[in-house]
Design a protein around this ligand. Structure first.
Ligand SMILES: [Fe+2]
Length: 295
């Protein structure tokens, strides 16, 4: 299927990250939700869960969000993992396949973290080449997500948003804008999150993420608070505000609520998605009103 056809059937409302503790309930109750997003690494060694997901994929658009592809690794892409992913993805035909701008493997070892890249020409060439390999291997576009940021490299020659723009320009890829990551990274790096949203290439935004973060004491700078991307709590009010701003800039977009630790009842996640839909409706009405005022 061509990119435009897949983008055409991509919903532009809110869905939830589907985690294993909720899968039986979702299968049994079929909640009214626009889209389900899964981490394929949770399913690859779990044939029963994969069977349930394949059943759900008949009723729900599925988004696949990889956490183990390590597109920024200097060691290269793990082609055995890529083949496993392709078999999984072909079975459910998702509307989006995405992963972070990060690396998580070194010399064949999988590290349980999404680690940062220096933003320079060398890293750009590595990521662009790996993106080609991944898209060839999966037989479909691979969407890149902005990471949560805690440190910056002195060697970087561009900002994160300049790097993402250049990646889109060189490869034609689409982006997943994690609004919570934009907010917490801006806090951690003392940047302006609204400016980051302003500088993203609006037409390349395929999907948005929202998730909770945890304030923690910054060990490197005592007295300072670091926001850590834990996905363990409700979305905060400043992130809802930034989300509405992002919707006004990008237009209505598929949005996924992520919650991976201290997972709450399914109803809580569905409530967060319902709020995202309300914020979207408000952003659209404000846009309509300002268009009508300008006409
Ligand atoms: Fe995310």
């Amino acid at each position: 299927m061509a990119l435009t056809e897949r983008a055409h059937r991509r919903p532009d409302a809110a869905g939830i990250g589907l985690r294993l503790p909720h899968i039986a309930e979702v299968v049994a109750t079929r909640p009214a939700i626009t889209c389900l997003e899964v981490h394929p690494e949770n399913f690859l060694a779990n044939p029963h869960a994969t069977e349930l997901l394949t059943d759900l994929a008949r009723d729900y658009p599925i988004s696949v969000h990889t956490v183990g592809l390590s597109i920024g690794s200097a060691d290269g892409i793990d082609h055995a993992h890529l083949r496993r992913l392709r078999a999984f993805i072909d079975g459910i035909d998702p509307v989006v396949v995405s992963g972070h701008l990060a690396w998580s493997t070194h010399q064949g070892e999988y590290l349980n973290d999404l680690l940062p890249l220096p933003y320079d020409e060398e890293a750009l060439k590595v990521v662009a080449a790996h993106l080609d390999e991944v898209q060839d291997g999966l037989g479909r576009p691979y969407v890149i997500e902005n990471p949560s940021t805690y440190v910056a490299f002195g060697a970087s020659t561009m900002t994160e948003v300049e790097f993402l723009n250049e990646l889109v320009h060189r490869t034609g890829c689409e982006l997943l804008c994690d609004v919570s990551n934009v907010y917490l990274s801006a806090h951690n790096m003392a940047n302006d999150p609204y400016r980051f949203i302003d500088e993203l290439p609006s037409g390349a935004i395929a999907e948005l993420h929202l998730g909770g973060f945890t304030p923690e004491e910054d060990e490197a700078t005592p007295g300072e608070t670091l926001f850590v991307d834990t996905h363990a709590s409700p979305i905060t009010e400043p992130v809802w505000d930034l989300y509405e701003y992002a919707l006004r800039r990008f237009g209505q977009r598929l949005t996924i609520v992520e919650w991976d630790n201290d997972i709450p009842p399914l109803a809580t996640l569905l409530g967060e998605a319902a709020r995202a839909d309300k914020v979207t409706a408000h952003a659209c009405s404000v846009q309509e009103a300002s268009r009508a005022g300008a006409a």
